[in-house]
Design a binder for this molecule. Structure first.
Ligand SMILES: *Cc1c(COP(=O)(O)O)cnc(C)c1O
Length: 353
């Protein structure tokens, strides 16, 4: 695939690491590529970062044909920049695209787009502890008609944003509310895809939880409202006795790459890991009888986020004294160690640019 590069005439000053938040500052360029049902993907290009002009009838604005990915580039101590399991993001994006009737991107083209773009912008990867370059590939339907059908035109883009450390003041356990009213996804729906609509439908519960002092919600399954699914933008794991339990991928849960990596690390180290159904009643029982030892969320942004408090139907439960547990800390140290190149990558997960 040929990628045309148009360099921006005015390059921005790199921000100070201490001022980085999440997704507020963007690099000088973006990657774009267009698709048409007859001509396929064409016009792969890196251009100056700026607004994308859309027809007012563009599919994405009316029918929500949109998917995205999220991954990071990490700066190692030796100055090199590396990605973490990027092929998994490419594969997941194609699975999301299939569900939303958006076009597939051949894996090698998507990888080329990713590595060329991030390589081009790699100076934007900050080096302060815990900081990284967040990469956001996304794709949307771009037909200029209000007719409802699978898209005939689409755009694929990649933007990147230097982001600060998720844990500026040390790893603080979060408070989570179990949501028993709204549901995020149902089997047969789009729960397993990273599509914008899932987030749009999640916001109301998130706002309600925030007003009550909780940082995120823990979703239950959409049919019986009985089984634990995931947290906001993170998958979830529990240590019950000596068993590490994480909800199995039933179709309504997003298959996180951090989740998969945690499972692989834990299994390799001899932990008992079960991907299974976990009912809120079983969790409540484990909370009450003290067998719930640790709980944590896992996702690219936070890596691993300990859960210190759970609220269900107004009842509050403190987990592990509101402190980070041993397994949670170990997973955090292992994954961040590999990502930032401080630990040897015996899994072959990292990809230096
Ligand atoms: C992205 C995402 C996750 C985490 O996936 P990672 O690949 O680990 O970053 C979990 N849940 C939802 C709903 C997500 O969108």
């Amino acid at each position: 695939m040929k990628i045309k590069i148009t360099k921006s005439e005015k390059l921005s000053e790199k921000p100070d690491s201490s001022t980085l938040g999440f997704g507020k500052i963007f690099t000088d360029h973006m990657f774009l590529m267009d698709w048409n049902i007859d001509t396929g993907w064409h016009d792969a290009r890196i251009v100056p970062f700026g607004p994308i002009v859309l027809h007012p009838a563009a599919t994405v604005l009316h029918y929500g044909s949109e998917i995205f990915e999220g991954l990071k580039a990490y700066r190692r101590a030796d100055g090199k920049v590396q990605l973490f399991r990027p092929i998994e993001n490419v594969r997941r994006m194609n699975r999301s695209a299939e569900r939303l009737c958006l076009p597939q991107i051949p894996e090698e083209d998507a990888m080329q787009a990713l590595t060329t773009f991030v390589g081009f912008e790699q100076d934007w990867t900050p080096s302060a502890e815990g900081t990284s370059l967040y990469i956001r590939p996304f794709m949307f339907g771009n037909d200029e008609t209000l007719g409802v059908h699978a898209v005939h035109n689409a755009t694929f883009a990649i933007i990147a944003s230097p982001v600060g450390s998720y844990y500026k003041e040390g790893i603080n356990p979060v408070k989570i509310m179990i949501e028993d009213e709204d549901v995020r996804a149902v089997r047969g729906g789009t729960g397993y895809t990273k599509c914008g609509g899932n987030y749009a439908a999640s916001n109301r519960a998130g706002e309600r939880a925030e007003k009550m002092g909780y940082s995120q919600v823990l979703w239950l399954d959409g049919v019986e409202r009985k089984y634990i699914e995931e947290v906001g933008a993170m998958n979830v794991m529990f240590k019950i006795g000596d068993e590490i339990v994480t909800p199995k991928l039933t179709g309504s849960i997003l298959p996180g790459i951090t989740r998969m990596s945690c499972i692989e690390v834990l299994k390799k180290e001899g932990y008992t890991v079960s991907e299974r159904l976990l009912s809120v009643d079983e969790l409540g029982e484990a909370l009450k009888n003290g067998t719930l030892k640790e709980a944590w969320g896992c996702g690219t942004a936070a890596v691993v986020s300990p859960i210190g408090e759970l609220c269900y139907k107004g009842e509050k439960f403190i987990i592990n004294n509101g402190e980070i547990g041993k397994v949670t800390q170990h997973l955090y140290d292992t994954l961040t160690g590999i990502q930032w190149g401080k630990l040897e990558d015996t899994y072959g997960w990292t990809m230096p640019l």
